[in-house]
Every structure is written in structure tokens, then in C-alpha cells.
Design a protein. Structure first.
Length: 112
């Protein structure tokens, strides 16, 4: 499952995006981009970039994985979103299981 976290500054002139892939046992940083713009009327331009599929890419504005900032608020939001998603999946699976169990009991009672 892929998760994207976005943060802007107060005047909305900077935008940071983190992209993660969660496999169930691993959390992988897929990308990070920092955008800036001159005013609100201008579009965002990429200032810094990390691409997990090209970790050795160097050049202007390219970051190494170690240089990507990880504010605790981003990690907290990511943890919350993964937990909520897993709870939804498990909750749905459990409720589906209970519903099927109740239906099979009703069929057994009808057949008896």
C-alpha cells in the first residue's frame, strides 16, 4: 500500500511530499520532494528530490536517502494512517467472518 504525506508552510510557498510503500513488514521510502514558489499565484517548482527507485542519482537538487528530513509529525501521521488502514482491513475481515458464521448457523438451523 502506498502512502503520501504532504506538508506546507504557513504562507503556502513551500510544499514537502513524502511517499512511502508499506508491505506489511517493511516501510520503504519511495520518494521525497520539496517544492517552492515565489507567490501563491505561481506554480510550485522542485527544489530538492529523492527517488527511491534511483537512490544513487546525483545531480542538482538530488538528495541521498540519509539527507531526507523526517519530522516526527510526518512519521506520526504515517503510523496513524497505516494503523487505521490495517484496523479497517482487519475489522472488515472480522465482521465479514462473523457475518458468514452467522449465516451458516442460520442455514444449519433451517435444515434441521
Amino acid at each position: 500500500m502506498e502512502y503520501t504525506i504532504e506538508r506546507t508552510d504557513k504562507d503556502i510557498l513551500k510544499l514537502a511530499k513524502w511517499s512511502f510503500w508499506y508491505t506489511g513488514d517493511k516501510l520503504i521510502l519511495r520518494g521525497y520532494r520539496l517544492y517552492t514558489r515565489e507567490t501563491r499565484r505561481h506554480g510550485y517548482k522542485i527544489v530538492q528530490d529523492y527517488d527511491g527507485s534511483r537512490p544513487n542519482d546525483t545531480g542538482r537538487g538530488k538528495l541521498r536517502k540519509e539527507e531526507v528530513p523526517f519530522p516526527y509529525q510526518v512519521m506520526d501521521e504515517l503510523k496513524e494512517r497505516i494503523t487505521r488502514h490495517v484496523d479497517t482491513l482487519v475489522g472488515n475481515t472480522w465482521s465479514d467472518h462473523q457475518e458468514l458464521k452467522n449465516e451458516s448457523k442460520m442455514r444449519e438451523e433451517e435444515q434441521s
